[in-house]
Design a protein around this ligand. Structure first.
Ligand code: AMP
Ligand code: MG
Length: 316
């Protein structure tokens, strides 16, 4: 899709070029002080779907949203006094905070995987800062490597893993920290992932010990359980002929009630997934039934099927 991944130099013209690509929904890898991030517009379902596609991620796990300032972060998340204290002490820097997402945040559902929380980071790297300001919005940015591979700490690593799959790489040399950001959830303060900011520094700032054992793939706070995001309606998978009364969620050129992608485009289907599930659920009603057409199980189809299987699983 991007046969010629541009290597963009770290000067004002390069930053303007990278921002233009991002505004068009394309993906640009950029340096941060931790590792290179694979940036895409966090407000755009298609841009975020492209991130999962380029990385070959088998699951829609939530992505970290990068912003240039605490002021910008306040527009998308709700800050407790504890969050304020951490933001004052450690932002910009290698700390990611998981905070309640504002309903009017304007983020793609795919970037938070449908969760009511959002993971936010304010990077300190001058190029990341310049790019975020030139772009003027939130950037979703997981590490810029294929899923399951080692995180990239220089532009050549990104080229090695993602060349031909993304629009451009902003070359800013080597990353200073070289490991991912520390991820912290609050209420109570819980270390979700150790990283560039030592847990001891966070404990000293808050004057309390951090809980560990938080599970980033299965958030445990009330309202964060996976089944909470299942539709109210029951969900049946791989349905080529819906039963009477079922709302048919289609894929490909079929006459379904809703369609993830009439043109059989998995990136489009991923971009539409959360919104379409919500719409189908609303139409089906509280005791309704949703029947989902088969989705090819390759590329982004694997992540789509993973999510659909969870939606179809027995409710807890
Ligand atoms: P990466 O995409 O490799 O940068 O990793 C981001 C990490 O942040 C993943 O392990 C996610 O599960 C975690 N994460 C992002 N958003 C949230 C959230 N809202 N709640 C809990 N964990 C999150
Ligand atoms: Mg990663």
């Amino acid at each position: 899709m991007n046969p010629h991944t541009e290597l963009i130099s770290a000067d004002p013209a390069g930053i303007a070029r990278a921002a233009t690509l991002l505004k068009g929904g394309d993906l640009v890898a950029f340096p941060t002080e931790t590792v290179y991030g694979l940036g895409g517009d966090a407000r755009s379902d298609i841009a975020v779907a492209r991130i999962f596609d380029a990385k070959g991620r088998p699951r829609f796990n939530p992505l970290i949203v990068h912003l240039p300032s605490v002021k910008a972060a306040r527009q998308i998340a709700i800050f407790s006094p504890e969050a304020d204290r951490l933001a004052d002490a450690f932002w910009p820097g290698p700390l990611t905070l998981v905070l309640p997402r504002r309903p009017d945040a304007g983020l793609s559902d795919l970037v938070t995987a449908g969760l009511p929380t959002v993971a936010i980071r304010i990077p300190e790297h001058p190029l990341a800062q310049a790019l975020l300001r030139a772009f003027g919005g939130p950037l979703a940015a997981p590490s810029a490597n294929p899923s399951g591979k080692i995180s990239p700490t220089c532009a050549a690593h990104v080229t090695e893993g993602l060349s031909g799959k993304i629009a451009a790489i902003l070359d800013g040399g080597a990353c200073a920290v070289g490991v991912e950001s520390t991820i912290l959830a609050l209420d109570p303060p819980t270390l979700l992932r150790p990283g560039g900011l030592p847990a001891e520094a966070i404990e000293a700032c808050l004057g309390t010990r951090l809980s560990s054992g938080g599970n980033i793939t299965k958030p445990t706070a009330p309202g964060q359980l996976a089944s909470h995001y299942a539709p109210r309606a029951s969900v049946r998978l791989n349905v080529t002929k819906p039963a009477p009364g079922e709302i048919w969620l289609g894929y490909g050129p079929i006459g379904a009630d809703f369609n993830l992608s009439p043109s059989s485009d998995l990136v489009e289907a991923a971009a539409n997934l959360f919104k379409t599930l919500r719409d189908a659920d609303r139409q089906a009603g509280p005791k309704g039934r949703i029947a989902v057409a088969p989705i090819p199980n390759h590329g982004l189809g694997r992540a789509i099927n993973d999510r659909l299987r969870r939606a179809a699983a027995p409710r807890s």
